[in-house]
Design a protein around this ligand. Structure first.
Ligand code: PPE
Length: 304
């Protein structure tokens, strides 16, 4: 998806003009994928632009860095403030925000602890990741022939740049085969997640999603949906899911910051059908909250 330019990108303590936020070709992370990042969204509300669960995203950013022994030279509060200032300076309303910390220029090789850590935050206007049509009517997914990375190869709990090569393999396979998104199985063969989204299904009125030990990224949208489901007294089960559970699901959907909440209408050419009642109910509640139309969970909105 194209990235429309904004005015400024914050990098290593300064607000640089968009075109000036550059790196050297020998940047460590470019060669070895040694970076960590976040994806955050802000929404235009009647009380102004609000970032959805900003602190939780920045906290996960620090966790990803911890897994890779990277010391981010800023505090949580500093990065929260910088993000809000970046949105104000760019005069953005609804936007996608991309913090990244990466091993920079100066050292090569696989012992990078002496490399400088560069930190940047960019923001731009980004539309529906899996299409508006997908949010309304659902998408078609394919179980990937590529397995999801595993906690003992590349820990899925870390949102690290190099790890996304795995998602790219699966996504490209699915799209070139005519599907909208890939669903990856973990190394045991149970359902893990989409290339950039967590997965949920509904069977007999119960909401089911893979456990955190199924090689998933613990999505903040996933957590938000689980919280809303509990409040609606929908029974929630976190358990291992096999592919036939998906084929026979009454409803299914994906969640993620970029994707938001997208129904699945077909898995491997087996129809699931139009978005069902539980999907719709959760979708309505979620979209009302992020757009500031419902004061339930106001604590999730950080006004800029
Ligand atoms: N799993 C993966 C692998 C993943 O990348 C994401 C977010 C999620 C689950 C959902 O997490 P959360 O956003 O906290 O609900 N994927 C980000 C990157 C997408 C991209 O193309 O880049 C995102 O949605 O921002």
């Amino acid at each position: 998806m194209p990235v429309p330019k904004a005015k400024y990108i914050w990098m290593n303590g300064e607000f640089l003009k968009w075109d000036e936020a550059k790196v050297h070709v020998l940047t460590h992370a470019l060669h070895y994928g040694s970076g960590v990042f976040e994806g955050i969204r802000a929404y235009s509300t009647k009380k102004g632009t609000a970032v959805f669960r900003l602190r939780d995203h920045i906290k996960r950013f620090f966790k990803s860095a911890k897994i890779y022994l990277m010391d981010i030279p800023y505090t949580l509060d500093e990065l929260v403030e910088v993000t809000k200032e970046l949105i104000r300076k760019n005069e953005l309303e609804s936007c996608y925000i991309r913090p990244i910390a990466f091993r920079g220029y100066g050292e090569m090789g696989l012992f990078p602890l002496k490399c400088p850590i560069d930190v940047a935050i960019a923001a731009w206007t980004w539309g529906a990741y899996l299409g508006e049509e997908g949010i309304k009517n659902g998408i078609r997914v394919k179980i990937s022939s590529f397995r999801r990375i595993d906690p003992n190869t590349l820990p899925p709990a870390a949102k690290a740049t190099g790890q996304y090569i795995n998602s790219i393999l699966a996504k490209v396979e699915a799209v070139t085969d005519g599907y909208d998104e890939a669903i990856l199985l973990d190394t045991r063969g149970v359902v893990s997640e989409g290339s950039g989204e967590n997965i949920f299904l509904v069977r007999d009125g119960k909401l089911i999603t893979p456990t955190t030990s199924a090689s998933i990224l613990e999505g903040i949208t996933r957590h938000s949906i689980l919280t809303l489901a509990h409040e609606m007294e929908i029974e929630v089960v976190e358990r291992d899911i096999v592919r036939s559970d998906l084929y026979c699901a009454d409803e299914a959907f994906l969640t993620g910051t970029a994707a938001e909440m997208v129904p699945i209408r077909e898995v491997d050419n087996r129809p699931i059908g139009k978005p069902g009642p539980i999907t719709r109910k959760l979708q309505e509640a979620f979209y009302a909250i992020i757009r500031g139309e419902d004061s339930n969970h106001e604590e999730w909105l950080e006004y800029v």
